[in-house]
Design a protein around this ligand. Structure first.
Ligand code: FAD
Length: 320
């Protein structure tokens, strides 16, 4: 089924989980075990990323197929334009279509490893907008299309002072509207840690006529170094109180994880209090923090977490 609206009819809060393709076969087996446990909590969908530069293409396609048809969760596959001539793009889209997957997160992708700037491959697309247009032109309404939104503007638009100029921010928003006007049904945001920035972004999108659901991407802090790496790469603003809370506990992994759960819970509470009923969790393939946040929010009970253990299917079903 297509995910055109992640909103629940009765206004119930719904949530979704993002995963990435692991590097080893054991990692893939573990991921499916974890995913199966997490899917027992009824996410509205789960998505699988497309490794940077197309590095995981075959594995992503295979995992997406098994998510949809063995794990039986509504699946969204990420697809980027980096190193992808249109034939490869169509191969990926035809493959998921034949496997009954109806949801794509259409992205430009980052520049290939070792390069600074995104370069359009020969016979490929220059930006996510072109990919959205292509999917709609060639596949009609078959796919539900999601695109990325950037509450602080895309990193390319962020200056050395850590913020985008008002003009760059507005250009980014106008471009996002073009992606939606070209056929995107849904926006998932880049991670953020300043909830006010996200709420302002939603408001700004509405002001310029973007009316589709905007789903906040929440990345629980699991590990101090990983948090710094990710926020550095995405040029994410880190509010002072978060830096102050993390500084004294940064070498204590358990304390950092607990703080991450606390912070994630508080961020989601504030977002939900503003009437937003959807949450997207960047799980980084870990279940504990994402589930703990949703449990703190009262979206399911702890007892259910243990009920869905242990793993029910032989792991080798998922061998790639
Ligand atoms: P675009 O929407 O094409 O935009 C990129 C930038 O260029 C924006 O600043 C935009 O304003 C500007 N721009 C582009 N074209 C125009 C134009 N015609 N006019 C004006 N401005 C323009 N990367 C992966 O490799 N694999 C993944 O699975 C993946 N998943 C992601 C999931 C989410 C939710 C998000 C937020 C990002 C993800 N990324 C992923 C990262 C993403 O590929 C990068 O952020 C990439 O640099 C931009 O992709 P995009 O689709 O946002 O690009």
């Amino acid at each position: 089924e297509k995910i055109q609206s992640v909103q629940d009819d009765q206004g119930k809060v719904v949530f979704s989980f993002e995963f990435f393709p692991p590097k080893t076969e054991d990692g893939v087996d573990n991921l499916f075990e974890r995913m199966d446990r997490m899917v027992a909590h009824n996410p509205s969908f789960c998505d699988i990323t497309w490794g940077s530069g197309g590095s995981t293409a075959d594995l992503t396609l295979d995992i997406a197929n098994k998510m949809q048809n063995i794990i039986c969760v509504e699946t969204m596959m990420h697809l980027t334009c980096t190193n992808m001539p249109v034939e490869k793009i169509d191969h990926a889209l035809q493959t998921i279509k034949s496997n009954g997957i109806q949801n794509v997160l259409a992205l430009r992708g980052d520049p290939p490893h070792g390069q600074d700037k995104f370069v359009q491959v020969e016979g490929g697309f220059a930006c996510a907008l072109d990919l959205v247009k292509h999917i709609r032109a060639k596949y009609g309404d078959y796919f539900g299309i999601t695109v990325a939104g950037y509450p602080e503007a895309h990193p390319d638009a962020i200056g050395s002072n850590g913020v985008a100029t008002p003009e760059a921010y507005q250009n980014d928003l106008a471009y996002l509207k073009r992606k939606v006007d070209a056929g995107a049904d849904l926006i998932i945001t880049q991670l953020f840690y300043d909830t006010d920035i996200f709420l302002k972004f939603v408001n700004d999108c509405r002001q310029i006529g973007i009316s589709c659901p905007i789903v906040p991407g929440i990345m629980p802090i699991n590990n101090y170094k990983g948090f710094l790496r990710m926020t550095g790469f995405c040029k994410t603003k880190i509010p002072h109180e978060i830096t102050a809370a993390l500084e004294p506990i940064k070498d204590n992994e358990e304390a950092v994880k607990s703080y991450g759960i606390h912070l994630g819970t508080e961020m989601c509470r504030k977002i939900l209090a503003h009437g937003i009923r959807t949450l997207h969790l960047y799980t980084l393939n870990m279940e504990k923090s994402a589930l703990a946040i949703l449990m703190n929010l009262g979206l399911f009970e702890e007892s259910k977490i243990s009920r869905c253990l242990p793993w029910r299917r032989p792991a080798n079903v998922f061998r790639v």
